[in-house]
Write a protein that binds this ligand. Structure first.
Ligand SMILES: [Ca+2]
Ligand SMILES: [Ca+2]
Ligand SMILES: [Ca+2]
Length: 273
């Protein structure tokens, strides 16, 4: 089941784990006068830029479609995020992942560099969740204070956040309530100039460099066919349904021979909770 779901979303399933690429990613570009974004650019940025960019902040936002790839009712046991850091002018910086609390978009703005491009309809910007009509409560993104994961990021390389207990909680919550899945925001060192780091997005031509979330999970137990009313237990209520259908085709024809009889009663009693 997981494998089928993953194939339909471009993921790769390995047993009870799945690897997902972001289904949207973008950069919030701090700017007081214009609305800039990087909706379909190949890179996203986090940290503070240098004097050429007036020392403004960048924050990367990313989301993964958990519910399309992990069976409902599963228990998440691990979650780790791998990003390709493609360029920087600074050394080690602490990069922090936190859960976003408001939905945001990815429009058609495109640029290769971190200066961004004019926002297009539906783009997230420093001010907007969806340009031009919807806004963050707090410019720069609405997110929880609790840290999901941190990673020290230095030179060009792959970097992995987690798995951490908080990332597992985040992903579980996104599975259980996909309408509140707004993904993570990645922030860098915002207290010094020229700390910004450049990461590949899902639009990077090199597939291997795209943001990847590896999730491992325990699928829910298969439904018990003797649980005729699907309430999770086999008990008197199910027995009543079976007896009410005695000598008919069902419900309760557990051995699928076309009639409810003593053989089915035996199967139901053997599966008694
Ligand atoms: Ca994107
Ligand atoms: Ca039942
Ligand atoms: Ca039967």
């Amino acid at each position: 089941m997981a494998a089928i779901a993953a194939l339909t979303t471009g993921g790769v399933a390995i047993g009870d784990s799945v690897v997902l690429v972001t289904d949207r990613d973008n950069t919030l570009i701090q700017d007081q006068f214009t609305n800039l974004s990087l909706g379909i650019g190949p890179y996203m940025f986090a940290g503070r830029v240098g004097p050429n960019g007036e020392g403004m902040l960048r924050r990367a936002v990313m989301r993964f479609d958990i519910a399309s790839a992990v069976p409902a009712g599963s228990t998440i046991t691990a979650a780790s995020l791998k990003l390709w850091m493609a360029g920087t002018n600074s050394g080690n910086q602490t990069m922090v992942l936190r859960r976003l609390t408001r939905d945001w978009g990815e429009g058609n703005s495109f640029a290769f560099g971190g200066l961004g491009a004019p926002a297009e309809e539906g783009d997230a910007t420093w001010q907007h969740t969806f340009y031009p009509t919807e806004f963050w409560d707090a410019p720069g993104g609405d997110f929880v204070s609790v840290v999901s994961a941190t990673k020290t990021v230095g030179g060009v390389n792959f970097y992995t956040w987690g798995s951490t207990a908080q990332m597992v909680l985040d992903v579980q919550s996104w599975l259980d309530n996909s309408t509140a899945n707004f993904g993570w925001i990645l922030t860098g060192n915002e207290s010094a100039l020229q700390t910004v780091k450049k990461f590949s997005t899902r639009e990077d031509e090199l597939e291997a460099n795209r943001p990847r979330l590896t999730i491992t999970f325990t699928p829910p137990p298969p439904p018990n066919p003797a649980d005729l009313n699907n309430d999770g237990v086999v008990d008197g209520a199910d027995l009543g349904l079976l007896l009410a259908a005695w000598n008919t085709p069902g419900p309760g024809d557990l051995d699928n021979n076309g009639v409810v009889d003593g053989a089915d009663l035996g199967l139901l009693l053997a599966a008694w909770s």
